[in-house]
Write a protein that binds this ligand. Sequence first.
Ligand code: FES
Ligand code: FES
Length: 158
Amino acid sequence: MLSEKVKVSFILNGSPVEVEVPSHHTLLEVLRERLNLTGTKEGCGKGECGACTVLMNGEPVCSCMLMITQVEGAEILTIEGLGDLENPHPIQRAFMENGAIQCGFCTPGFIMTAYALLMKNPNPDRKQIKEALSGNICRCTGYMKIEEAVMNAAREVK
Ligand code: FES
Ligand code: FES
């Protein structure tokens, strides 16, 4: 059955956007398929892996679990809003420099979660970093290097 289309307006990476999409679409689908922002990844699609993490009003959320209608009026920040290859954010740079990336599939989600942490707590200890990142799963790098990257980024972001 075709679901009705809805118009939804929100702020995406600092700019206003309006989309008209089927009402059952998730924020993740709209980001990737409608807005071509493919930095946000789809892993489990069930809120369990963190690959699809974006910030909504400053809080990390699983975009696969958010219906697009829930985003009306919100501020959404995706990995594309943080930086790019030419001008990486310090957290992105730290992940590259610390070897915290292998296949890279989980990386945008980890970086967005780390960004939310450092915005609230610019000086986290290892335990706080582990806790903050506990909803993000990496199948290849091992968490030690990722945690070290966040600690090193914290020194720069301060
Ligand atoms: S794809 Fe959203 S939590 Fe796994
Ligand atoms: S680097 Fe491959 S899943 Fe994390």
